[in-house]
Design a protein around this ligand. Structure first.
Ligand SMILES: [Zn+2]
Length: 372
């Protein structure tokens, strides 16, 4: 029996497939069509076994469909624009363009050696101007329709990498890449007004067939509810007296999806990142404990802080606001489970309707007003 010699057999067959254009997809044919797309790799080095396993699954799906008579569009490309590529280039003392295209060539050869069924005529490289011009084009369309805006807002900043990190890239307050302590920094950011589409997204979740109910519920929570109201709370003194003609500085606006729970609001919460916090406590006896809490909160990611099962920490600012629905004064606290990325960074706490507010109220002995 002849031994299987991959070095002899595979390159020969792969060359034959290539010359026959076996994986080239025709644009117009009567065959049913299938689009199989895997995540594009970062060209930050050669492939590793994780790639080999990941892309084998996609190739199995594509080949199975092809053998069942489908015309399968199965392209490959590289997520080659921006931070991971640039950081890898810096680390290897190379120019990002040289480093990136060299790695793309290396990885492409590795893909070919693995015999994956890609249509290389449809290769996508995210750092090619021919590709990213379409990203720019779409951005301009969003801009023309008022769907992007620029705002200052707190972000995770790694001083060592000199870059912004996503919440998922901060692990226990440290950079996933270099392990430096991550800071919060106010930076100008572009925001997409995805809230304009929240209702549409929610409505269309019903069209997803065969999705587990749990996953659909997660998606619904992720999208959030689009309907709600802005409610103005006015800062007052310890006796509950608010200025007769409040200025902008006296008003804190809160977005709520449940204005009907205003009666149950027994305290008021600000996120540690809220710009109001230092202003409210400056020069008072509350400044030290509040600012200590703010510093401690910076070391934890927003995702972790907002998690329900984490212990909540808070500090009283010494200030009060008037509940607009009944004129009652309610104390203003800073709570580390509030995240400023969402809305104004200020929320009314309704302990009888919200589990986290309830736990916070119990811990700090704050009133809990029952509502139906
Ligand atoms: Zn870093």
């Amino acid at each position: 029996m002849k031994a299987y010699n991959p070095h002899e057999i595979e390159p020969r067959l792969q060359l034959a497939w290539d010359e026959a254009g076996l994986y080239t997809v025709p644009e117009n044919s009567d065959a049913p069509k299938k689009y199989v797309l895997e995540m594009f790799p970062y060209p930050s080095g050669d492939m590793h076994m994780g790639h080999a396993s990941n892309y084998t699954y996609g190739d199995v799906v594509a080949r199975y469909a092809k053998m069942n008579g489908f015309d399968v569009l199965h392209p490959m490309g590289w997520d080659a624009f921006g931070l991971p590529a640039e950081n890898a280039a810096i680390k290897h003392h190379s120019h990002p363009a040289i480093w990136t295209y060299e790695n793309i060539e290396t990885q492409k050869n590795s893909f070919s050696r693995m015999g994956f069924s890609y249509d290389w005529d449809r290769k996508v490289v995210a750092c090619d101007p021919e590709y990213y011009r379409w990203g720019q084009w779409i951005f301009l369309k969003f801009w023309e329709r008022g769907l992007v805006e620029r705002r200052n807002s707190p972000v995770n900043w790694c001083p060592s990498c000199g870059t912004v990190l996503a919440n998922e890239q901060v692990i226990e307050g440290r950079c996933w890449r270099c392990d430096s302590e991550v800071e919060k920094r106010d930076l100008t950011q572009w925001y997409y007004k995805i809230t304009d589409y929240a209702q549409e997204l929610l409505d269309d979740l019903d069209q997803l067939e065969g999705w587990p109910e749990r996953v659909k519920q997660q998606q619904a929570n992720w999208i959030g509810r689009s309907e709600g109201a802005n409610v103005d709370f006015i800062l007052c003194d310890a006796e509950g007296n608010a200025p007769a003609e409040p200025t902008e500085d006296d008003i804190i606006t809160v977005f709520t999806t449940r204005a009907d729970t205003l009666f149950g609001c027994s305290f008021f919460l600000l996120a540690p990142e809220s710009k109001l916090v230092p202003q409210l406590v400056a020069g008072t006896e509350y400044e030290k404990p509040v600012m200590d809490l703010v510093e401690a909160a910076k070391k934890v990611t927003a995702v972790e802080r907002a998690q329900g099962d984490r212990e909540k920490h808070g500090a009283f600012t010494g200030r009060y606001v008037v509940n607009p629905i009944n004129g009652e004064k309610v104390p203003v606290w800073v709570g580390d489970y509030i995240v400023a990325d969402y809305g104004t960074g200020a929320v009314m706490a309704v302990p009888c309707g919200d589990q986290r507010d309830f736990e916070f109220a119990r811990k700090y002995d704050l009133p809990i007003i029952p509502i139906i």
